[in-house]
Design a binder for this molecule. Sequence first.
Ligand code: ADP
Ligand code: MG
Length: 253
Amino acid sequence: MFEIKDLCVSIEEKEILKDFNLSIKEGEIHVLMGPNGAGKSTICKSILNHPNYQITKGSIFYQGKEITHEKTATIAKMGLYYINQTPIEIEGITNLEMLRTALNEQQKELNIFDFKKKCQEVCEKLNIPKSFITRQVNVGMSGGERKKNELLGMWILEPSFLLLDEIDSGLDIDAIKLVGKNLKEYHEKTNASMLIVTHQKNLIDLLNPDYVHVMEHGQMVKTGSKQLAEDILKNGFYEFLEANMISGSGQSE
Ligand code: ADP
Ligand code: MG
């Protein structure tokens, strides 16, 4: 249902991704790992067709439709939901306004009473104050609160594909457990597919991914099971890449 074929992406003429391939079936959970600068965030942003990332070759398909050069808004309307590594503040727009507009755009309109009731239930699940519903999007929120605020959007918009870039960064250990629990519950409820960039053992254990991928220098270098994540977390990327004789190891920055 989701496929990336031979994708090459450049930023300001510099090639970042080289012939990147990935295939995710409905309901599968994939974890993507790799050293700093490997290109993990570039993958996420390229999927959403971020204007700073030029796709020079290859293609991306979602639900049987090519989305490689599609507008970001169209991709989002198709049910793809992205949580940025550092969610941005949107001043002057409240969560309520943004989420109701997004629901309307997807023809999933709820009346204001049902909408607020659903939001309140989700706030409880996420252990955030109900006042978040009427706060400006991410404005004045801590790193951890922003991640939870983005998950409020997930529960309300009910996407079929989640793209999570380091959702654990900025979260304390209890918040990681809570976020992991929410993602697991969401997966059980909706059977959404997930691509999760993370190096957080607790989160990987909780979500029990179908596949774990390792990338370096803009390319996929290894795919395996959860055991692969455990090996990397135990020994580090340098040792892992050396042991697997993957060139360029240790020079990721
Ligand atoms: P990761 O998320 O795996 O840490 P990124 O995808 O953020 O890596 O970055 C991959 C490479 O692309 C890095 O070398 C980074 O410096 C470069 N890069 C990312 N964004 C930009 C940008 N806006 N301008 C120039 N180079 C960038
Ligand atoms: Mg990144």
